[in-house]
Write a protein that binds this ligand. Structure first.
Ligand code: HEM
Length: 414
């Protein structure tokens, strides 16, 4: 069964709505619990927050996205945010490193990996064993529920993958394939979403007018802090927040690298420019460059969410915005478009809506190299914290640059 066919039912908008409450709990509500704890314990050192709490938002979002995928694809949060249990992250890091070395440096590594990198193998095996266990438990639970109401079984990604059958053969996924597909969800659905959240929050800190405007929209539309903002309810009511997310994904796409493709071996391909690509040619689309192409984006070097807001005041028609969204490559496009994009948008939207409503954020005073008034010589715009382009584009020094001051938004608290 193809991966895309397997994944499709788990990521439809209808199924995302079914999983929304779990996403909310393992995602924004959990990260807010962490912020509350930091505020309660006044977790501030000499860090320039004027006595307010200081949190590492880059790490917090990273752990949060693991916990969300844990909840949805592994039937339980990994407990990274609340318990600091990092075994799933360690397993993914080890897998990444091993793949990288295998491909780039040491083809023989795959043969002798057990001997050469025992600690990495241990971490990978722990994640695999955990996944195997999760699958076995869920299958048992499903079996014991088979004659009862299906409501006893969670309607999550794990269940969709277990239930799925091949259309032709009617066969279910083999256990080995099921385990590897679940682990693929961790690769696809963690760094990508967490980097997008981190870049967005940072951009709001260095573009304070945008920060104020988006907070105004959220706080005036959903003033009751006792009720979390859901995606279902919020999306149509918070167009500026949505525009901020789109512009952040344009300005600093977490998939800044190149999306690779190969021209089919059977026939070549002619570009609209007349150039001919022979069969087997490897080509790639540089996402960051497309998002900063001056022919497509006016003032591409400036963070302007208004370009994604359909409004007369901004001089944008609905058609303009639709056309601009089509030029966004963050989730790629065509048959290989990211299958998890609906889930990503739901998670990112709910996280930002809730934290921006309930807390005030500002950059620590001792972070003197960045801020609204620290201008980059090249762009004439606020300087951006350094990024690292690996598989995703990620804040490079999270232990140095990933900090933010936080306090409750007293104005709207009940
Ligand atoms: C902001 C968040 C995300 C971004 C920017 C993103 C972006 C991408 C991109 C650019 C691709 C490659 C497509 C291509 O080759 O053309 C991809 C593939 C993929 N994504 Fe996402 N993604 C995000 C979140 C997620 C989430 C939340 C999941 C699932 C839980 C997910 C699962 C996957 C999978 C499984 C693939 C590989 C699909 C295949 O084999 O064809 N992604 N994503």
């Amino acid at each position: 069964m193809s991966r895309r066919r397997l994944m499709k039912p788990a990521f439809t908008t209808t199924h995302i709505a079914v999983m929304e409450q779990s996403i909310l709990e393992a995602g924004p509500l959990s990260v807010m619990k962490k912020f509350d704890e930091a505020i309660r314990q006044k977790e501030s050192d000499d860090g320039g927050c004027g006595g307010a709490a200081k949190v590492n938002y880059v790490d917090s979002f990273h752990y949060m996205t693991f916990d969300v995928i844990g909840e949805l694809a592994f039937g339980q949060s990994f407990g990274m945010l609340q318990k600091g249990d990092l075994f799933a992250l360690d397993g993914i890091k080890a897998l990444n490193t091993l793949e990288y070395f295998k491909e780039v440096y040491v083809p023989l590594l795959s043969k002798y990996k057990e001997l050469l990198v025992p600690s990495m193998i241990k971490k990978i095996n722990r994640l695999k064993d955990f996944t195997k266990d999760v699958v076995a438990k869920r299958k048992k639970q499903t079996a014991s529920n088979s004659n009862k109401s299906p409501s006893g079984v969670p309607q999550d990604i794990l269940q969709v993958f277990i239930n799925n059958t091949d259309q032709e053969t009617k066969a279910k996924l083999k256990e080995k394939d099921l385990i590897s597909e679940l682990i693929v969800q961790l690769f696809g659905g963690t760094d990508t979403s967490s980097n997008t959240l981190s870049w967005t929050l940072f951009l709001l800190m260095v573009y304070p007018e945008t920060y104020k405007k988006v907070c105004r929209e959220i706080r005036s539309t959903f003033p009751d802090r006792s009720k979390p903002i859901t995606y279902t309810e919020g999306l149509s009511k918070l167009p500026y927040l949505e525009a901020v997310i789109y512009e952040s994904m344009r300005f600093l796409p977490t998939t800044s690298g190149r999306v690779g493709r190969k021209v089919p071996e059977q026939q070549g391909f002619e570009l609209s420019t007349g150039q001919y690509l022979p069969p087997g040619t490897e080509v790639s689309v540089p996402i960051y460059s497309i998002h900063h192409d001056g022919a497509l984006w006016k003032d591409h070097h400036v963070f302007i969410p208004e370009r994604f807001l359909a409004s007369e005041k901004e001089g944008n028609s609905v058609e303009d915005v639709v056309a601009r969204k089509k030029n966004l490559m963050t989730f790629s496009t065509g048959v290989r478009v990211c299958p998890g994009r609906n889930l990503a948008m739901c998670e990112i939207f709910m996280t930002l809506a809730n934290i921006l409503r309930d807390y005030d954020f500002w950059l620590p005073e001792d972070m003197v190299e960045f801020g609204p008034d620290v201008i980059d010589d090249e762009t004439g715009e606020p300087r951006i914290i350094p990024g690292f382009l690996g598989i995703t584009y990620t804040p490079r020094y999270s232990e140095r640059d990933g900090w933010i001051c936080v306090k409750h938004n007293v104005a709207s608290s009940q």
